[in-house]
Structures are given as C-alpha cells and as structure tokens.
Write a protein that binds this ligand. Sequence first.
Ligand SMILES: NC(=O)c1ccc[n+]([C@@H]2O[C@H](COP(=O)([O-])OP(=O)(O)OC[C@H]3O[C@@H](n4cnc5c(N)ncnc54)[C@H](OP(=O)(O)O)[C@@H]3O)[C@@H](O)[C@H]2O)c1
Ligand SMILES: C[C@@H]1O[C@H](OP(=O)(O)OP(=O)(O)OC[C@H]2O[C@@H](n3cnc4c(=O)[nH]c(N)nc43)[C@H](O)[C@@H]2O)[C@@H](O)[C@H](O)[C@@H]1O
Length: 312
Amino acid sequence: MEKNAKIYVAGHRGMVGSALVRRLKLEGYHNLVVRTSQELDLRKQVDVAAFFETEKPEYVLLAAAKVGGIQANNTYPADFLLDNLQLQTNVIEQSHQHSVRKLLFLGSSCVYPKMCPQPIREEYLLTSPLEPTNEAYAIAKIAGIKLCEYFRKQHGCDYISAMPTNLYGPGDNYDLANSHVLPAMLRKFHEAKMNGQPEVVIWGSGTPRREFLHVDDLAIACLHLLDNYSAPAPINVGTGEDLTILELAELVRNVTGYTGNIQLDATKPDGTPRKLLDVSRLRALGWEHHIDLREGIARVYQESFGTVSSVA
Ligand SMILES: NC(=O)c1ccc[n+]([C@@H]2O[C@H](COP(=O)([O-])OP(=O)(O)OC[C@H]3O[C@@H](n4cnc5c(N)ncnc54)[C@H](OP(=O)(O)O)[C@@H]3O)[C@@H](O)[C@H]2O)c1
Ligand SMILES: C[C@@H]1O[C@H](OP(=O)(O)OP(=O)(O)OC[C@H]2O[C@@H](n3cnc4c(=O)[nH]c(N)nc43)[C@H](O)[C@@H]2O)[C@@H](O)[C@H](O)[C@@H]1O
C-alpha cells in the first residue's frame, strides 16, 4: 500500500481495529478513514452505501464485528449470525461497488471443524461439523470468507481473508460474562488478589487447549498480508503454540501475583477441545510473531490494571 493511500479501518475502536490504526500510523500511513458504530451502523445497507460514495476508500480493513467469548456466542447465536452477516456483507458489497483496490476480511480460528486434525491447515475448512457453542458466529465468518472468494472469482476483486487465533491485548473486553478467557482471567485473578479471596473460579474442565496471539503481532501480520498475499484461500495467523486452560490460569495467576487456589466450574462449557493453527503458509511469506505469551500477558496486565507484574 502507498503511504498516502486512503484506508478505511472498520471497527477502529475495537481491540483489533485500534491495533491496526496504531500500526498503520507507526508505519507512516496517514490517510485513514474511521467511523464509530454510532456514526455508521454497518448493518444498515443504505448508510454503508452512502459512506462509501462519500469517502471512496482505496483499501478496506474489516475489523468490525460482533465479538465475544464462549458464553456470549452460546447465549446470543441469532445476534452473532445476523449482525455479522449484515455488517460484513454490506462492507464487502460496497467495496466492490466503489472499486476498492484491496480488502482484508478478518475471520477466526473457530471457522474450522470442531474435531479438526491438529495443527489446523487452511484446507480443513468445511470438512466436518462446527463446534456448537460458536456455530452461529463461525457460519457468519465462513460466509464472509466465501463472499471474498466469490467476488475474486466472479469480479477479480483482490479480497483476502485472515484467520487469527484467539487474540489478546490493549482494548480487550473485561466483562466477566461476555469476554474471552484471557481478559476474564486477568480480571478475576487481579480482583481476587486485591480482595484477598481464597480462590478463583475458572470455567470448564481446564483441559481444552488454546493458542494466543498479541494483537500488536496480529496488526503487523495484517499489513504484511496486504502487501504480500493475494489469493482466494484464507490464511492462518497465530503463534503455532498452545497450552491448556489450566496452564493459562497458572500463568495468569503467576503474572498477577495471586497466591490463592484455582477452582474449576464444570457446569460451564469447554468449547472445542483444541484449535492450534498451522501457520506455515504465513511464515513462508516472512512473518513471525514477536511477543511471547508470558511477556504479552504481563504487558497487558500493567497497561489495563496499572499493576507491574511480579514476573515481568
Ligand atoms: N478477539 C479475538 O480473540 C479475535 C480472535 C480471532 C478473530 N477476531 C476477529 O477480529 C475482529 C475484531 O475483533 P475485536 O476483538 O477487535 O472485537 P471488538 O473489540 O469487540 O471490536 C469490534 C468493533 O466492531 C465495531 N462494530 C460492531 N458492530 C458494529 C456495527 N453494527 N456497526 C459498526 N461497527 C460495529 C465496534 O465499533 P464501536 O466501538 O464503534 O461500537 C467495535 O469497535 C473480528 O472480525 C473478530 O472476528 C477476534
Ligand atoms: C476467538 C473466539 O473464541 C471463542 O471460543 P473459545 O476459544 O472457546 O472462547 P473463550 O471464551 O476464550 O474460552 C476459551 C476456554 O476458556 C475457558 N474458560 C475458563 N474460564 C473462563 C472465563 O472466565 N471466561 C471465558 N470466556 N472462558 C473461560 C472456556 O470454558 C473455554 O474452554 C469463540 O466463542 C468465539 O467465536 C471466537 O472465535
């Protein structure tokens, strides 16, 4: 991308969108277009069309979405399917209508089948059933991947799809009911330490394995893909390393300096047993992650809770 290119970052106040804006500015891109959801509800087709007609962006980074952790996905499946289908379809269609030069669509590792061989290669998409707790969100994301693929096939549009693993970083959601596991654990362990609580309860069996990537590493990967990737297939973005939820809890306990016990709540769902991404395709393009998980958690803990980690 040229440094003066007009770039629309959809979802710029979110965790991913704000990381993209920080990285774009750092790399000297200054012609950025942004709108909050209050200013432009991307679910409204007419408003999205008017926005593209006025702004005519050259590049689109689609980081707006309805996002949440396992419980939010499982509780509000109609919202997750409908909101995401509407907003992504409007943005992708209007990008075509207004001759956007390149679009990056953000999917998620949950698009892959529940019982995928590990590590997950991009070609495993749509080979067997999805994990039920996030089926609605995954179906919306698969529709987005396919819409990008089909616009490329039918109209020659340079639309690409990145599949990030579970992300964390500045600007994460810390709501205990709707957040992802890492921000939830940071908050739970921090509050337990501050309040002198004897135990912290974490959800499920503790045995599912997850892979975590700092959102600043993701932002670098996204810009790298915009310059170096042009193909219909989605491309995985992750570290290629995972750990169990119980191991993660021990890591977060250690970072926060909490000394109490960890209790498991088996009434809560585990979700998919494992979703480790095969990141060889992206590595072959010259990208590697830089932020180690322990270092990243310590950094986020300090930024979000104003507390220096005991192990940083
Ligand atoms: N978080 C993860 O672990 C993770 C993992 C893999 C992939 N991803 C993908 O990364 C992308 C961004 O996720 P995130 O974690 O950054 O989510 P987030 O922090 O919740 O941010 C989402 C953003 O989307 C915007 N948005 C939502 N509904 C909208 C609407 N109707 N109209 C306009 N804007 C709307 C919001 O804008 P306002 O702030 O203005 O309301 C918000 O800033 C998503 O596509 C997600 O699938 C995330
Ligand atoms: C990246 C996102 O991943 C999401 O799946 P998924 O990794 O299971 O989402 P998380 O909500 O991060 O949960 C990951 C694992 O951590 C366990 N866990 C333990 N304690 C907690 C807690 O306090 N809060 C939360 N949230 N989990 C907790 C949870 O049961 C699950 O096994 C999908 O639902 C989304 O669609 C999206 O793809």
